[in-house]
Design a binder for this molecule. Structure first.
Ligand code: CAA
Length: 379
């Protein structure tokens, strides 16, 4: 057991840190205020190869491992949770299922554009009446000759507003519940796909959270991902990987707020001395650090297990749950350390507090993570 990052991982992390310091951190407040990640930042992220981090080079990726991907999302999210989830949802929820479940032809067709960031990926599973109960989706598909035709409504689609490549889940027969679900690769510019709205949100405001109507969307049979009826399994396996991405995002947000709190506690003077001298503040910092460290260990462990080809369903649910709860705890305490200043939006911890909350909800609420964990423990 070795708790040190390898030299290669440290070098990679440091180069990501440099990019984040130069290109992302200065824009984080603006991204939140303007509810948008500037297009030229997306292009710079693409040029860095961040959109194809763990896809093999033959598909235009950087050929890195899942731990590197976790470090990437963590480092980016320390500065900007919106940009963190742009990369995470794209990588985990669109690139990964095509890479893991796609045919060679599908990989050649879809992955290079995604890996190079020419197209942004997303995942269309959730519906107005099917959130945690993902097996209850009502979007339908039928086969018509050499095409599949999809109709229904999808909501809460991270990155949906880019109208790139979506992994869409639909059912052939709702009475079959999860066994009737299939997964499809859909170009979201296809006729019949209508972007209804991008939601206004508490946090991660620079990230698109989109609602779509699918009206008789006709796609070739070649766009079926995996086999018919395998869609729910593909969704679950994809989310297992995705939860490592969200844990990394949450971890990054927590660390960003922690770093600012330590700095502020050393600078801010009350009662004639820095507030870092007060035990009330020291204990908060210790508690924040403890949550971060526990979340980091389980997140890196889940990523390493994925890299080794081991089953990591339990660890991915655990890290998503622990890191997101660390993020909401740490950002709340960060505001308290900052006192009244923490509550105003000139101070970054205010944004981080808002950004943290969603990590307890998306890619499976923490209640769903507890279902997954306890089922495996009792199995
Ligand atoms: N990994 C692999 N397989 C899994 C699995 C997992 N994590 N969870 C369930 N399965 C398998 C089960 O083993 C079972 O397989 P068999 O048919 O072979 O027995 C099958 O899936 C059905 O499982 P359940 O009977 O447990 O299914 P269920 O209907 O009771 O639901 C659930 C289980 C865990 C609650 C599941 O529905 C779930 O994970 N819900 C949350 C969905 C979710 O995370 N949504 C987020 C969408 S993405 C998003 O947030 C937006 C975004 O863009 C970021």
């Amino acid at each position: 057991m070795d708790f040190e990052l390898s030299q290669d991982h440290k070098v990679l992390r440091d180069s990501i840190r440099d990019f984040v310091a130069e290109e992302i951190r200065p824009l984080a407040m603006q991204i939140d205020e303007e509810h948008a990640i500037p297009g030229d930042l997306v292009e710079k992220i693409a040029a860095m190869g961040f959109f194809g981090s763990y896809l093999p080079e033959e598909y235009g990726g950087a050929g890195l491992d899942a731990l590197s991907y976790a470090l990437l999302v963590e480092e980016v999210s320390k500065a900007c949770g919106s940009t963190g989830v742009l990369i995470s949802a794209h990588t985990s929820l669109a690139c990964d299922p095509i890479y893991r479940f796609g045919t060679e032809e599908q990989k050649q067709r879809w992955l290079p554009d995604l890996a190079q960031g020419r197209v942004i990926g997303c995942f269309l599973l959730t519906e107005p009446n099917a959130g945690s109960d993902a097996g209850a989706i009502a979007t339908t598909y039928t086969r018509e000759g050499d095409d599949f035709v999809l109709s229904g409504n999808k909501i809460f689609v991270t990155n949906g507003g880019y109208l790139g490549t979506g992994i869409v889940f639909a059912s052939s027969d709702r009475s079959l519940k999860h066994k009737g679900i299939s997964a499809f690769i859909v170009d979201l510019k296809t006729a019949g796909v209508e972007l209804l709205k991008n939601e206004k949100k508490l946090g991660i405001r620079g990230s698109y959270t989109s609602a779509f109507a699918l009206d008789q969307v006709r796609i070739p049979v070649a766009n079926l991902l995996g086999k018919e009826g395998q869609g729910f399994k593909i969704a679950m396996e994809t989310l297992n990987g995705g939860r490592i991405g969200i844990a990394s995002q949450a971890l990054g947000i927590a660390e960003g707020a922690f770093d600012l709190s330590v700095k502020y506690a050393k600078e801010r003077k009350q009662f004639g001395a820095p507030i870092a001298d007060l035990q009330a503040i020291q204990f908060k910092i210790a508690d924040m650090y403890a949550r971060i460290e526990a979340a980091k260990l389980i997140t890196y462990k889940a990523a390493c297990m994925k890299d080794k080809g081991q089953s990591y369903t339990l660890e991915s649910a655990l890290c998503k749950m622990m890191a997101s709860e660390a993020a909401t705890f740490v950002t709340k305490e960060a505001i308290q350390v900052h006192g009244g200043y923490g509550y105003i939006n000139e101070y970054e911890v205010e944004r981080m507090f808002r950004d943290a909350k969603i990590t307890e909800i998306y890619e499976g609420t923490n209640e769903v993570q507890r279902v997954v964990i306890s089922k495996l423990l009792f199995a």
